[in-house]
Design a protein around this ligand. Structure first.
Ligand SMILES: Nc1nc2c(ncn2[C@@H]2O[C@H](COP(=O)(O)OP(=O)(O)O)[C@@H](O)[C@H]2O)c(=O)[nH]1
Ligand SMILES: [Mg+2]
Length: 348
């Protein structure tokens, strides 16, 4: 009873006209909102886990030197990669660089990384298909496999995705030789995506390949794969809950992912001209185990990778490259180069 004043009912009734002891009940239920409660709600929405469907493009990626894609950009990218009767299509498999068809016109992007890092699974997720063979056992992809996407009836594919044999466990030396030939000499190659397992981080072999990229000026970007492994609360136990349960990610896990990316940045973008051109200042992350709700059903982070591929191949924003045909041989593009339809004269 300490601190409380007791007032008899009669006095209370007479006092009500002079001092408002308590808000009228009808008034209280309609408009009275305790300010403290409101603040708590705000705090909760800031700290509450993020639902898969509420994730923003910057949640699973770092855009240090580039502009994050808008929702319209991501929708556009999803449309280009939409599965159809003509997309994806398998174009070729080659164990040797010299056996790859040299006269193709489509821009290419390649996926490389250690065995089992998830290269084939990412291509399947990008193409909404099972076109690539995936396996728990490392070393199962033994050739360079090319898949075309965005094709139409009677029209060739817009972009070619290359699934490469992995390095590291169960890999073979000659695969590395052929892959390096492809990366150094393929004129159609626009960007190489190096996959890093988000849980294991950069291994020595990854660092070696990064230094080769810089040495030979090969345009490259990092993708952190298997994000589920660092976004779940309890590894293994939490994975089912993550993919099929609440389908949400704790804010602390998202913050930790940003930290992982920041720590990798000085290694993938070493400072100094002598180091050579580093990775693109944009790091993407994805997991092929967790999907958005229908109708999208995209794996987490996949749309951002699609948008990045469109940018790498010059297909973002409706840019249409024109293939310059050599007059002497109409079958072959001159120098295999793609030239934009751009003119310097001012006649409009
Ligand atoms: N936890 C987890 N496992 C994955 C993910 N993507 C692929 N895997 C598994 O990793 C293994 C290797 O995948 P694969 O795509 O064949 O790797 P590749 O050797 O780099 O082509 C397979 O057992 C996949 O099911 C992912 O996002 N999260
Ligand atoms: Mg594979």
């Amino acid at each position: 009873m300490v601190g409380r004043t007791l007032i008899c009912t009669a006095c209370r009734a007479s006092l009500r006209g002079v001092v408002r002891l308590q808000p009228k009940r009808s008034h209280a239920t309609k408009t009275f909102e305790p300010p403290v409660m409101k603040r708590l709600t705000d705090v909760n929405s800031v700290y509450a886990p993020k639902k898969f469907d509420d994730l923003e493009s910057t949640d699973l990626a770092a855009y240090w030197d580039t502009i994050p894609p808008s929702n319209e950009d991501l929708e556009y990218a999803d449309k280009i990669f939409k599965r159809s009767r003509h997309s994806p299509v398998k174009l070729f498999s080659a164990a040797k660089f010299r056996t790859i068809p040299f006269d193709s016109n489509e821009p290419e992007v390649a996926f490389i990384g250690r065995s089992n890092v998830g290269k084939s699974s990412i291509i399947n997720a990008l193409t909404e298909s099972e076109i690539c063979y995936t396996s728990k056992q490392p070393g199962k992809t033994t050739e360079m496999n090319a898949f075309g996407i965005g094709g139409t009836k009677g029209g060739e594919s817009k972009i070619v995705l290359l699934d490469m044999p992995g390095y590291g466990k169960s890999s073979r030396r000659e695969w590395g030789v052929e892959i390096m030939k492809y990366l150094q000499q393929r004129k159609q190659l626009r960007r190489t995506y190096l996959l890093i397992d988000s849980l294991h981080g950069l291994k020595d072999t990854d660092k070696e390949i990064l230094s080769l990229f810089r040495q030979y000026g090969i345009s490259h970007q990092i993708i952190l794969s298997k994000l589920d492994r660092i976004l779940v609360s309890k590894l293994n136990k939490g994975i089912k809950e993550f993919t099929h349960g609440k389908r949400e990610i704790r804010r602390s896990k998202l913050k930790n992912l940003k930290k992982v990316m920041e720590e990798l940045r000085p290694i993938i973008q070493p400072i100094g001209a002598a180091a050579g051109p580093g990775s693109l200042g944009e790091m993407l992350g994805c997991t092929t185990l967790a999907k958005l709700s229908p109708p999208s059903r995209n794996c987490l982070g996949i749309s951002a990778i699609r948008w990045s591929i469109l940018q790498a191949t010059g297909l973002a924003g409706g840019f249409k490259p024109e293939i310059v045909q050599s007059p002497s041989s109409p079958q072959e593009p001159a120098n295999n180069t793609i030239t934009p339809t751009f003119t310097f004269d001012d006649k409009m």
